[in-house]
Design a protein around this ligand. Sequence first.
Ligand SMILES: NC(=O)c1ccc[n+]([C@@H]2O[C@H](COP(=O)([O-])OP(=O)(O)OC[C@H]3O[C@@H](n4cnc5c(N)ncnc54)[C@H](OP(=O)(O)O)[C@@H]3O)[C@@H](O)[C@H]2O)c1
Length: 301
Amino acid sequence: MSATIIDGRQIAAQMREEIKAETEKLIREHGVTPGLVTILVGENPASVSYVTAKQKASKELGFYSVQDSRPADISEADLLALVDGYNKDPRIHGILVQLPLPKHIDENKVLYAMDPDKDVDGFHPVNVGRLMIGEAKFLPCTPAGIQQLLIRSGTAIEGAEVVVVGRSNIVGKPIANILLQKKEGANATVTVCHTRTRDIASHTRRADILIVAAGFPNAVTGDMVKKGAVVIDVGVNRVGEKPSSTVPGKMVPILKGDVDFDAVRERASAITPVPGGVGPMTITMLMFNTLKSAKGAAGVD
Ligand SMILES: NC(=O)c1ccc[n+]([C@@H]2O[C@H](COP(=O)([O-])OP(=O)(O)OC[C@H]3O[C@@H](n4cnc5c(N)ncnc54)[C@H](OP(=O)(O)O)[C@@H]3O)[C@@H](O)[C@H]2O)c1
């Protein structure tokens, strides 16, 4: 068996079309334009490229987009005041503070200073709590993207045995929580594995849906996967460099997931590739959350 590829680029493009159409409708019928601010502190190249991609996506969708770049030596108090200003700005429905922040700034303080109703990353404790009790407002973007990949690829989630490898606050725990909820697109039986789990393979081999976010290549090998399982590979590992196929003379990273793709695809019924699986969904879900926030502000469901 060779698994079907779950194409994250295609599903993300389809969702962006939907978001764009809904944005146009919101502007036309309610005069509300979704507004997203991305706050960048310093010039970390990876952060610059993430923020650029978020701004590009938000502009393409017709959002009101603000890129607010501050020097790396901005004081914590000034950054907190900046966030507070956007909390009060009615044109802004989503605030994204790009992490990591410089060491002299307490990231949690900045996160807690954000209005939970504008926390489109879904990391504020109020939003974590809302998810836990089944009253989610904003789902964190990467796990929300994983759920959409499962739903839109036609994977049966209800009643499925889901095994998650990894328990981070940004991927493992929230995706476990999302799929556990008594809701459509969820209702799974979920097991979460981590570094203290005994005999991980005994768990992964039971999975109808296996979600891997362990943070290193080949964390899951072919023998750890049940025949016919659906495998979502969240991992992004730089394993080298290669010449760019579009820009002569430029080197681009070679990316690998956390799953031994070639071996696992022979056993799975469907699998996400890296790149082109979970990655394209993350920014799309940020846009989805910003639109949702704007709809809430406009009193639209
Ligand atoms: N595509 C995207 O948009 C996206 C977004 C976020 C992350 N990622 C990628 O997803 C991966 C995971 O990210 P993360 O932030 O969740 O990573 P993380 O914070 O490093 O967490 C890794 C988790 O995996 C567990 N783990 C590590 N080694 C293990 C092993 N041998 N067996 C079982 N569990 C093990 C750890 O367990 P302990 O808790 O016991 O240490 C931890 O819970 C990374 O490759 C990251 O680059 C991709």
